[in-house]
Design a protein around this ligand. Structure first.
Ligand code: FAD
Length: 481
């Protein structure tokens, strides 16, 4: 039995779609490949917010126990006049002055010389900027990106740039950042591969210059929908929707997959872009079969966060619902996460941050007053919100919470739209030691499944949309075809 070369991509999230898209371009033409993603023609629907725009510059913290929002300073003057100066100024001084101090921190040289050394984001920031800074800013940032506890998140996996700056600044991040700003080419921003691989982006780099936030007119789903549409039109791709993989085997050197509907697929190569715990379950469920694919290490090493997302739209009101800006984050409470609470991690001011997504039926309707659209994220390390999202008390409690966060005198008006979505185990938390574990996983895949297999996805290489697109592209390039 012999098959033409074919690749099965497991998982149709952003990572899997990106891998399939790049593989579909690569497979028919094996040499001189130049992958071109701007073939999706997304540029016309991209919405960007420049770094200089108020929506990008005005970001806030809501400090637990205090009413209202505190603006995060973005310049020296705003820093000196900010109530956050009492934490930020000593933090910056601590990091700058400790640089190179001998014996002050015996761990620092080990960390920046040896890539296998790792620590939590909280420990790293505490070492550089002090415990208060780590709790106030570090935990809030991690809530906003990972919906996780900064005390378990790996600095190397989550913010490798900070490790690079630490090395560049000879143990000081501030000095590293200054050195980076003053050099012609910021070394910390470039990896070897990024500098050498072909990647024609058309006008996209120009579009993205100086951009702080980007999305699409119809939201981020535009990206996955465009990738799926493009794949559907490719003659060398079969898209299988709504039919999960149930069993994995390797028979006579070929990968064999059985789906929930009983369909059997055979291919010479495989790219698994599934959440790692789900890949683990698949391997366990398949393990009793003859020719089952061998188990892999570290698939259950990391926890995942569950997040409740609430979209709210308020009708036009006489006073603004919230200040102009991108939104706010809430740091870890000093009493830890133990007390039952709503567990708000942060809120995005959608109609302020990405107003291009809001469409009004006519200019007159726009002039009559603008609606206010918000996205609130809850859960993560706080656990399930209390009251629970399905209870009738949930939305009133949330509106009370937002009223207090915004520091408004008047109560919030009744929202004209409320949408609540609960996402279980939706964002993996790469815990300390993640990068080393993922290297071991990659080696095990090659040794146990062979050179024609790859395991990728948000649980492996990074959770951002950009990370996922890039890991799919990289896998498509690196798979031995
Ligand atoms: C609420 C929220 C907000 C976010 N906001 C941002 C943001 O603002 N910016 C940003 O950059 N990132 C953001 N992210 C992160 C980013 O969206 C994710 O990390 C990314 O979408 C993960 O993509 P993935 O393809 O690796 O994984 P997934 O999207 O989890 O895809 C895996 C796919 O595998 C499928 N699957 C599972 N089991 C099987 C099986 N047995 N057979 C076949 N298929 C299977 C699943 O159905 C799923 O479609 C956010 C994430 C969440 C949850």
């Amino acid at each position: 039995m012999s098959f033409a070369k074919s690749v099965t991509v497991l998982g149709g999230g952003i990572t899997g779609l990106s891998a399939a898209l790049h593989l579909s371009r690569r497979l028919p033409v094996r040499s001189g490949v130049c992958i071109n993603i701007h073939l999706l023609d997304l540029a016309p629907s991209v919405l960007t917010v420049p770094r200089s725009a108020p929506a990008a510059r005005s970001r806030f913290l809501h400090l637990p126990g205090a009413g209202g929002l505190t603006s995060i300073p973005t310049s020296l003057i705003s820093l000196l006049t900010s109530p956050l100066a009492r934490v930020l100024v000593p933090a910056i001084l601590q990091d700058t002055l400790r640089a190179g101090q001998k014996g002050e921190d015996a761990r620092a040289p080990v960390l920046y010389e040896d890539p296998s050394e790792d620590e939590s984001v909280d420990a790293f920031l505490t070492r550089h900027f002090g415990a208060k800074f780590a709790q106030m800013f570090g935990s809030a940032l991690v809530h906003g990106i990972y919906a996780a506890d900064s005390r378990i998140l790996s600095i190397r996996a989550a913010f490798p740039i900070l490790c690079q700056l630490e090395r560049r600044g000879k143990s000081s991040i501030v000095r590293g950042a200054v050195a980076d700003m003053m050099s012609f080419m910021p070394q910390s921003a470039l990896s070897e591969n990024e500098a050498t691989e072909p990647y024609d982006l058309g006008e996209v780099p120009n579009l993205m210059k100086g951009v702080s936030v980007y999305s699409f007119r119809e939201g981020m789903q535009t990206l996955t929908e465009s990738m799926a549409k493009h794949l559907e039109a490719r003659p060398n791709v079969d898209l299988l929707l709504g039919d999960g993989v149930r069993r994995l085997r390797k028979v006579d050197g070929y990968f064999e997959f059985t789906t929930d509907s009983g369909r059997r697929i055979t291919s010479t190569h495989v790219v698994a872009a599934l959440p790692l715990p789900q890949l683990h379950c698949l391997l366990e469920d398949s393990s009793s079969q003859t020719s089952a694919l061998p188990a892999l290490p570290h698939l259950l090493a990391n926890p995942s966060s569950s997040v409740t997302v609430v979209n709210l739209i308020f009708p036009p009101s006489a006073t603004p619902i919230h200040p102009d800006g991108f939104g706010y984050l809430i740091p870890r409470p000093s009493a830890d996460y133990s007390a039952p609470s709503l567990g708000v991690l942060g809120t995005v001011f959608d109609s302020s941050a990405l107003s291009g997504q809001d469409r009004y039926p006519s200019p007159a309707a726009y002039m009559r007053g603008r609606f206010t659209k918000l996205t609130v994220m809850l859960g993560g390390p706080f656990g399930d919100p209390s009251p629970t999202p399905s209870s009738p008390q949930f939305i009133p409690a949330l509106l009370d919470g937002l009223w207090m966060h915004f520091g408004r005198r008047e109560r919030l008006p009744e929202p004209c739209l409320v949408r609540v979505r609960e996402h279980r185990d939706c964002i993996p938390t790469p815990t300390v030691g993640h990068t080393v574990r993922m290297k071991e996983l990659a080696v095990a895949v090659k040794e146990r499944w062979g050179p024609h297999a790859a395991v990728i996805g948000a649980g492996v290489g990074g959770v951002s949309v950009g990370d996922c697109v890039e890991s799919g592209r990289r896998a498509a390039y690196e798979l031995a075809l």
